[in-house]
Design a protein around this ligand. Structure first.
Ligand code: GLY
Length: 359
């Protein structure tokens, strides 16, 4: 076992462990008198359930894989399952899976008996670098993604990077979209690291994955510590996301993986930053597009449309943005960049510029 712990310094603190062969450690988090329910999905339980060893006997609620499971009916079933399992107020929910599992499992834990503890074991890159850290929980509504949710900090997160070796390549690429976002928010050091190691990252090398997960978790832990409920600086994590959520909504949830939509959202946010005269580094947009392509990701809206066989008309994308939960006074707001590590929040983009970017 090899691990590094990152503390999210809240009250009480939350601990994010990053390393290899960590799942067998999870049993030490459970006290003798504590009931446990595992929330997972069929695929992940099959692949990694045995690694939870001592918890093999714990009742397990299984969701359909991906965004299909992240609905109110599945939340209700999860809560009924927790009640039928006799979970008490001192009970523990352990989630094992990707972001949909930790989002729904965290929400179920925050509601059950007015809130019980949750511990996340994220098994996708997307969940390790973003979804499982910081306490956001959610299910999707017909009107939009993540529209019903709470903040409920996990007691601990176990990011076992060996679980990433079983990921389908498309899911790994999707996680790398969020990694590039974090690099753009961090500074040139992380961005240069990704450029220098793109081949190993695209191949999913475990040591590189460990390094990028650690860097992403450290950045996010710092932002969450200063703005737990997303009222201020934490919102920079939405770089590229107003565009990405519109792409996901218009294409139908699950059709374009979240991080793939984020990759395209990043290129649009950089283009908008350039148009607004914010970006001092004229090479950054081109370098980001090259990096995304080298990681196997689309680097423009036309590339995404072609790769996924989607129309994604600009008027539908703009209409979806108006419903984004980050809209203010009916107008979509964007995170833009002055440079790596220098994000600005709450920016408007004119209708004419949106038309131009999304044509
Ligand atoms: N996924 C963005 C956040 O946790 O704030």
């Amino acid at each position: 076992m090899d691990r590094t712990a990152v503390t999210v310094p809240l009250e009480p603190p939350s601990f994010v462990h990053v390393g290899t062969d960590l799942l067998s450690e999870v049993q030490h988090e459970v006290t003798a008198d504590q009931g446990v329910v595992v929330i997972s999905d069929d695929t992940v339980r099959e692949l990694h359930g045995a690694a939870l060893e001592a918890l093999a006997e714990a009742p397990t609620f299984s969701l359909p894989a991906g965004e299909d499971g992240k609905t109110l009916p599945h939340l209700e079933k999860a809560l009924d399952f927790m009640a039928a399992s006799g979970l008490e107020r001192n009970g523990l929910v352990i989630t094992l899976g990707g972001g949909s599992v930790s989002d729904l499992g965290g929400l179920a834990a925050s509601l059950y008996k007015r809130g019980i503890s949750v511990l996340h074991c994220p098994t996708t890159l997307l969940a390790q670098v973003d979804a499982s850290v910081g306490g956001k929980t959610a299910v999707n509504l017909a009107a939009g993604k993540n529209l019903a949710g709470t903040f409920h900090q996990p007691r601990a997160v176990f990011c076992d990077v060996r679980t990433l070796t079983t990921l389908p390549p498309e899911q790994c690429r999707s996680g790398l979209g969020e990694v590039v976002k974090t690099a753009l928010l961090s500074g040139y050091g992380f961005f240069d690291f990704l450029e220098a190691n793109h081949a190993g990252l695209a191949a999913g090398e475990t040591n590189l994955m460990r390094e990028v997960v650690l860097r992403c978790v450290r950045l996010k832990a710092g932002l969450v510590a200063t703005d737990e409920t997303d009222q201020g600086q934490r919102q920079v994590l939405n770089l590229g996301h107003t565009f990405a959520h519109a792409i996901e909504h218009v294409s139908g949830y699950g059709r374009v993986p979240h991080g793939v939509a984020v990759a395209v959202g990043l290129t649009l946010a950089l283009a908008a930053s350039n148009i607004q005269g914010l970006l001092a580094d004229q090479d950054l947009a081109g370098r980001t597009e090259d990096l995304l392509r080298n990681l196997g990701l689309p680097a423009s809206l036309p590339e995404l449309r072609e790769r996924h066989g989607l129309l994604l008309p600009s008027e539908k994308l703009i209409a979806a943005m108006l419903h984004d939960k980050k809209s203010a006074a009916g107008l979509p707001r964007f995170v833009l960049l002055q440079g790596p590590g220098e994000a600005v929040r709450g920016r408007e983009i004119t209708a004419a510029v949106l038309d131009f970017l999304l044509e």
